[in-house]
Design a binder for this molecule. Sequence first.
Ligand SMILES: *Cc1c(COP(=O)(O)O)cnc(C)c1O
Length: 237
Amino acid sequence: MPTSTEVSNSALHTHFAEVKQQIQHAAQAANRNPDSIALLAVSKTKPASAIAELYRAGQRQFGENYLQEAIDKISELSDLKDITWHFIGPLQSNKTKDVAQHFDWVHSIDREKLVRRLNNQRPSDLKPLNILIQVNIDDEASKAGVSLEEINALAASIVSSERLQLRGIMAIPNPEASAEEQEQSFKKLENAYRELQTQYADVDTLSLGMSNDLALAIRYGSTMVRIGTALFGARNK
Ligand SMILES: *Cc1c(COP(=O)(O)O)cnc(C)c1O
């Protein structure tokens, strides 16, 4: 696990209040109800103690990228009830079993094989695993995700999987794109999300927006922003 700069508890509380306020302001500017936007705290590379502190401040949804690191923290924090764990990193098919056993949500589904394996491996005593389809909106070679055209086929296979629950779409738009290109990408994602909602009544989540593009994402319909740096501070590489 990479070591990280520690963030003090008081800084964590300040950051938490600031991020919630940013969400409020962006929602107001977009004429949206702030309660319709969930905050996912992205705790990758950060210690379990920082998660526990944010939990004490009221945060319940946490996102992790690296499987072994995540499983260690999930077991260390197992006495914190009603935490929801989201797996948001790239997923190799030989790692699906651990994800199926330890997480409540997966944001990074971009192929049939993952759907099949997660459906088979989700333990029957747990609720269906919540699934987001990752869309590679800017067609970046370095990023996982399906194209807009591939959403429907993958959605159909998720919906026909008994142990999975399709909840929506996740994307990581290219932060280097021009402002105009970024807006176009966000708009396409919002349209794809609305389109999916017309087909499946349970679809209620557009996972979009990080520390640097939170306000734009909320303008374009995000219902879940994934925030790491603005809460926990910078990560060491
Ligand atoms: C790391 C990560 C985030 C958080 O990014 P910040 O810029 O630190 O807020 C959000 N989503 C995904 C998929 C990530 O990997």
